[in-house]
Every structure is written in C-alpha cells, then in structure tokens.
Ligand binder design. Structure first.
Ligand code: SIN
Length: 303
C-alpha cells in the first residue's frame, strides 16, 4: 500500500493534491461532484478586504496549451468569506483549508491575514503577492525582494498559522525573492503564479481580454514551474507548494522530484472538474510503477 501522506509546514495531508486558488471557488461548489474530503487540502478563492467584482469582461482567453485570465481578484470580501463562505465549506469538508490572501497595500495584507489567521478551518495562510491583474498591490509586491520581505515580516507578526508566500514567475530571479521571503520568516512558498501573456483577435485586431494582458496558465507553463521549483529548492529550506500547468499524476511526481512538498492543480479543474479526483485515484498505481513506497521520500529527489 503506497503512503501518499506529506507534511506541509506542520499540516499533515493525506495526499499532496490541492486545488489551486481561483480554480475551485470556496470548495463547497465542487461537493456535489465528488467527496472533496479526498483532497489533501483546498486553496480558497483569493480574498481581499473589500468585496470586488473583478475586471471588466471579457477576461478569459483560450490559447494553445493554456488560457489567459484577467479576473482581477473577484471575491465577496474578507468578512463575507469568514461569515458565509467558510461555514458553507465546513459543512462538506472536514480538513483544514488554505486561505489565499490578496491585497492592495501592506496594511491590507496585514488586515486580511489577521482576520483569516484566527479562523479554525484555516490551516495555512497563503499570501498572494503575485496577482498580475490588478494595478496596485498584487504583483508589485512579488517582483521586488525588499517588498516581498516586508509583506512577509508584517503578516508573520499577526498570525500563528504557517504563512506561505505565493510568488510570481514574472521576475528575473525568483530565487532572490524566495530567499528574501525565507529570511523574513516565511514558513513556506507557493510557486508559480501565472505568466503575463496576451492574445490578439485577428478579426478585430484587438486584444481579446478587455484588460489587454492577463495571467497565462495551463500545461504550457509546467516546465517553467518545474524549473523554478528546482532552482528555489536548491536555495531555501522551507517547503514549497508547487503549482503551474499540472494536468496528470505524472506531473505531480515530476514536480515533487523538483522539490515540491505538495502540488496545486489549477487550470486542469477548469477543463475537467474531476481533475483532482482523477489524479488522486491514479497516484497509487503510478507510485507502484516507479517503486515509490512513501510519496514524501521523493521530494527533491531530482537534485
Ligand atoms: C485574479 O483574480 O486575477 C487571478 C489571481 C492571480 O492570478 O493571482
């Protein structure tokens, strides 16, 4: 019997599979499709202080091997998330979830982390300093090592939960940013967020997405994510949640060999809502094929 369990920053997961923020709502929406308790955990929809409608439509563009989104952090705001969304999740999910925190200023990150950081159902606070779709905050914190360290330090001061910082691939040197977050006290890192991209419609000769550019995700970015996880694993001691273009159980094993302790599945959920369930089902046989008895033993195995 293969042991799929992993320890993610002190949180013991039955398996490393976690739906990525923004691709799985607040989790309960998927509970009609399958028993979501099979998941390792769930990274909830990115949450800001105020409710947000997000960017104007259209904000999705299908591309070869992936998609562009410019959603713009649409969410009901932190109070409603705590009072309405998380209680709905509690009814169908008996594990700890991951709160994904957005922000437009240092103070907002702190405010949101302080609020979500005391919620019982939350096991990890994931701080998104890498959203490419908002004009203030978001990615501007994640593309500068000093800013990234400052956010990390400030949010660490207001919560006792493990803090994972979600990093942007839209930088020259992701290792520098990762090390700055580790030095500032981060308990872990999530990488990578989407790559900045755009798509132009030939007929109208205009960008497809109203916001012109957006974040590119899907299988095409998988090798980029693997490379960045590999590089960051070499440089830090804190655990990494890998994310970026994961479609199959094979991808999960590859990402863990690069250095991921857990693996988030994002765009795949939008193509196939059962993606996470299918991957979890396929993992044991795949582990047997590759003679893996304990999945956690392969973390960083490619180094
Ligand atoms: C969005 O809401 O724009 C996506 C979130 C992200 O890419 O961080």
């Amino acid at each position: 019997m293969v042991d799929l369990r992993v320890n993610l920053g002190g949180l013991c997961l039955d398996n490393p599979i976690i739906p990525a923020s923004g691709t799985f709502g607040f989790g309960y929406e998927f509970a009609d499709l399958y028993d979501i308790n099979i998941l390792g955990s769930i990274s909830l929809k990115g949450t800001t202080k105020e409710p947000r409608l997000g960017n104007p439509l259209p904000r999705i563009a299908e591309c070869r091997e992936g998609m562009i989104n410019s959603v713009g952090l649409q969410n009901p705001g932190v109070e409603k998330v705590i009072e309405e969304e998380i209680p709905k999740l509690r009814k169908c999910f008996n594990k700890k979830a991951i709160a994904n925190v957005g922000g437009f200023s240092l103070d907002e990150y702190v405010y949101n982390c302080e609020k979500l950081g005391v919620v019982d159902e939350i096991g990890i606070v994931e701080v998104n300093i890498s959203c490419p779709n908002v004009h203030a905050g978001g990615m501007s914190f994640g593309t500068d090592a000093k800013n990234a360290a400052e956010v990390t330090k400030r949010v660490k001061a207001v919560t006792n939960k493990p803090v994972f910082i979600k990093l942007s691939p839209n930088v020259t040197d992701i290792v520098e940013i990762a090390k700055a977050c580790e030095d500032a006290g981060a308990d872990g890192l999530t990488l990578i967020n989407t790559l900045m991209g755009m798509k132009i419609d030939l007929k109208s000769r205009k960008p497809v997405v109203k916001n012109i550019k957006g974040g590119f995700s899907g299988p095409a970015i998988f090798p980029v994510a693997v490379r960045m996880i590999y590089d960051v694993y070499e440089a830090v001691k804190i655990p990494i949640m890998g994310v970026g273009g994961v479609m199959t159980a094979e991808d999960v094993i590859e990402m863990m060999l690069a250095g991921a302790t857990a693996v988030q599945v994002g765009a795949a959920n939008l193509v196939e809502p059962m993606a996470c369930k299918n991957i979890i089902k396929e993992l044991p046989a795949l582990c047997e094929k590759y003679k893996i008895e304990k999945l956690r033993d392969i973390i960083g195995g490619a180094h």
